[in-house]
Design a protein around this ligand. Structure first.
Ligand SMILES: NC(=O)c1ccc[n+]([C@@H]2O[C@H](COP(=O)([O-])OP(=O)(O)OC[C@H]3O[C@@H](n4cnc5c(N)ncnc54)[C@H](OP(=O)(O)O)[C@@H]3O)[C@@H](O)[C@H]2O)c1
Length: 241
């Protein structure tokens, strides 16, 4: 049983990878450039008795995705990836008045086009096997909008909409497609934010730990969630209800 976690080397993706490995999946840890972090995650998985492998590619680069996943398929002719967690993402916050085209494009390409790039490669085998689970890591920003994040809100809002559309397409094939929408989670991504100030607005008065998001992702992958599809589950401490 193979599960691919994009951006599985750090932060939320790492917590998801560790948990899926505990559930018996062979986890394919995708990363972009920080190989040491990816190796560290794989070593933690193995120390805990699980197994996995590393697969480097840039999710925003369609050719790189096609090439890496085609090669994986050639090396694993009898296997397919039955769980896909589209998690890799970046932010590049600026008010729209100062946002350059590359700030907008890069965020859309990494957070939204990546959904197309990766899912397009894996959906056919899932359809053939009539089995699959796809979880997209969206954001509160895509539900509510956040100032300074027109690019990121657009990408994550688009990801939530795509989740719903794909769920309609593949439900008959026993494939579920869901999203989670975290609020603020303690990872490298939120470095530089004023946590003390921001947590005053959060009903639970703190940022989430990556494991608290991973628990919801892994629930959506599990048998217990077999009748849930097209959903977006908020994991935000009550920030947006
Ligand atoms: N942290 C939050 O507060 C928060 C809130 C809402 C939603 N989210 C979403 O949750 C997801 C994970 O965020 P995080 O906070 O865990 O981020 P993070 O700690 O910054 O980790 C990002 C991960 O994504 C990988 N990555 C980045 N760009 C990539 C690319 N182009 N191709 C392949 N891998 C790439 C990184 O790999 P390298 O190490 O190789 O760069 C790393 O493994 C993102 O989609 C983010 O938008 C986060």
């Amino acid at each position: 049983m193979y599960a691919l976690v994009t951006g599985g080397s750090r932060g939320i993706g790492k917590a998801v990878a560790l948990r899926l490995a505990q559930q018996g999946y062979k986890v394919i840890i995708n990363y972009q450039s920080n190989q040491a972090a990816a190796e560290q995650t794989l070593s933690e998985i193995r120390q805990a008795g699980g197994d996995g492998e590393l697969l480097q590619f840039d999710v925003s680069d369609r050719e790189a995705v096609v090439s890496a996943l085609s090669e994986w398929k050639q090396q694993h002719p009898d296997d397919y990836i039955e769980v896909l967690v589209n998690n890799a993402g970046i932010r590049c916050d600026k008010l729209l008045v100062w946002m350059e085209p590359e700030d907008f494009n890069k965020v859309l390409q990494t957070n939204l086009y990546s959904f197309y790039n990766v899912t397009r490669q894996l959906i056919e085998p899932m359809i053939r096997h009539k089995n699959g689970r796809i979880v997209n890591v969206a954001s509160l920003s895509g539900q509510h909008g956040l100032a300074g994040q027109c690019n990121y809100s657009a990408a994550k809002g688009g990801l939530i909409a795509a989740t719903k559309a794909l769920a309609l397409e593949v439900g008959r094939k026993n494939i579920t497609v869901n999203a989670v929408a975290p609020g603020f989670v303690k990872t490298d991504m939120v470095e530089g934010l004023d946590e003390a100030e921001l947590k005053k607005q959060i009903p639970l008065s703190r940022f989430a730990q990556p494991e608290e998001v991973a628990a919801v992702v892994c629930f959506l992958v599990s048998k217990d969630a077999s009748y849930i599809t097209g959903e977006c589950i908020s994991v935000n401490g009550g920030l947006y209800m």
